[in-house]
Design a binder for this molecule. Structure first.
Ligand SMILES: *Cc1c(COP(=O)(O)O)cnc(C)c1O
Length: 443
């Protein structure tokens, strides 16, 4: 079981001194768990369509080169949304043909590079499409073939429980709003005028969005594809990119909802999209990684404040930014281990688990019932494999923690692989203008 593997990994991490005075936070990634999620994703869609499916991992969920490489090995591509993410995908060996560029604010240079590389591009808006026109013309004029180009559509099907992650509201900043006055007609015309425009893209939500609502967004885009193809008199739109957004269960060990359930729901709700006429692209991020990551932090001190026990540990806003600033939307499970990395037992006591940053709200958990914590114990923040330890927030110049993949050998020993080294003070100085020390003083 994943939780047994995790317990063994925590014990071994402590034994291997992955936590120390100079590195009191470390992040662990369950490599076997990541592989299993990737395999489950592929199997789920293979069960409902014979058409080609590119599963492009949303790099923003875990922008770590070895992770992208692992997912490539498991048959996935990459969805990128910035030059940095494209560079990470390339560094991981993800070929351009398996990469999709989706950023909402692509510069002319980015667009030209993507077209030259052969990376699929999803245009966000009419201005971007107009910007692509001469670039595509130049490429074809020089005898080249443009990569697949699509248009992102906001099906405006409504939001979920987390406003900041709801991409399909009426006024969302993403894509061409399908239900606005005249938008649908404009989109059909835009395709008829551009024979090279062959894809539609939608990403109608993320954590907090119900599956049924996501399926409604996919259906709206499928119907639009059918309308365009009927108007064009040919199968111009040959691929639909359905985005990602499968929500993650942060409340227990259970991995729900499953890819299989979502793929089945889509195939039932939008059968025409799965009858083999359309290629598919998916862009899952959180659901592939979240359950497989754990942040470990040493408890440095314990005290009581206003009668409440507080454990001051080393993981806070720098690795769990969303949880600290919006705890109601992003609660994390916390597990207590002793100084040897063994699961701690004892009667539950409501304690605050505080981070190391110098502001009062830097709390991983408030009044959380846990065995009484002591200095030297280790607290683990679970389900942090996506959008947590890889999304460092440099408050107080706290260093990026090391990230270590773990796998269990058949004999039960835990093997660690360094995914990212802990950040050193010299690196913090370097990225904080260290080389420009005298830039602001009179010489
Ligand atoms: C963030 C994002 C994704 C991934 O979303 P998850 O909720 O992590 O699955 C996919 N596509 C686009 C366009 C995104 O912005």
């Amino acid at each position: 079981m994943a939780s047994d593997r995790r317990d063994q990994a925590v014990r071994a991490a402590v034994a291997h001194a992955l936590l120390s005075d100079s590195a009191p936070v470390a992040a662990l990634l369950d490599t076997a768990g990541v592989r299993a999620s990737a395999a489950a994703l592929r199997a789920a869609f293979a069960a409902v369509t014979d058409a080609p499916v590119l599963h492009a991992f949303a790099v923003k969920a875990a922008p770590l080169v070895p992770v992208l490489r692992l997912l490539r090995e498991e048959g996935l591509g990459a969805e990128v949304a910035s030059p940095g993410e494209l560079a990470l995908a390339r560094a991981a060996g993800v070929p351009p043909q398996l990469t999709v560029l989706d950023s909402p604010a692509k510069t002319p240079t980015e667009l030209r590079e993507a077209l030259t590389l052969g990376t699929a591009v999803n245009a966000d808006n009419p201005q971007e499409l107009a910007r692509l026109d001469p670039l595509v013309a130049a490429l074809t004029g020089a005898g080249g073939t443009p990569p697949p180009v699509g248009l992102r559509v906001n099906a405006q099907v409504g939001g979920g429980s987390i406003g900041a992650l709801s991409t399909a509201t009426d006024t969302s900043k993403f894509g061409v709003p399908l239900r606005d006055d005249g938008a649908r007609e404009w989109i059909v015309r835009a395709f008829l005028e551009r024979p090279w425009l062959t894809r539609l893209h939608t990403h109608s939500g993320s954590q907090g969005v119900p599956l049924a609502l996501m399926a409604t967004g996919v259906r709206a885009v499928y119907e639009l594809a059918e309308e365009i193809n009927a108007a064009a008199g040919r199968h111009q739109v040959d691929t639909v990119d359905i985005g990602g957004g499968l929500p993650v269960n942060f409340a227990s060990e259970e991995e729900t909802p499953t890819y299989a359930r979502y793929a089945r729901l889509l195939a039932d709700e939008v059968p025409g999209l799965f009858d083999g006429r359309y290629g598919l692209v998916t862009e899952f991020g959180r659901a592939l990684l979240a359950k497989h990551g754990t942040v470990l932090a040493r408890v440095e001190y314990t005290k009581t404040s206003g009668g409440r026990p507080v454990a001051v540990a080393h993981a806070g806003v720098q690795v769990a930014t969303r949880t600290v600033y919006d705890p109601a939307s992003w609660p994390l499970r916390i597990v207590a281990y002793d100084a040897a990395g063994r699961p701690k037992s004892g009667p539950p006591l409501a304690q605050d688990v505080a981070g190391p940053a110098c502001f009062a709200g830097d709390l991983l958990a408030v009044a959380r019932p846990l065995p009484r914590l002591e200095p030297g114990d280790v607290v683990a923040a679970l389900d942090t494999g996506a959008y947590y330890f890889a999304h460092h927030y440099a408050y107080n110049s706290l260093p990026r923690p090391g990230v270590y993949g773990y796998e269990l050998e058949p004999d039960g020993t835990v093997r660690f692989a360094t995914v990212r080294s802990p950040q050193r003070p010299a690196e913090i100085v370097a990225e904080s203008g260290g080389e420009h020390r005298d830039a602001l003083v009179r010489r």
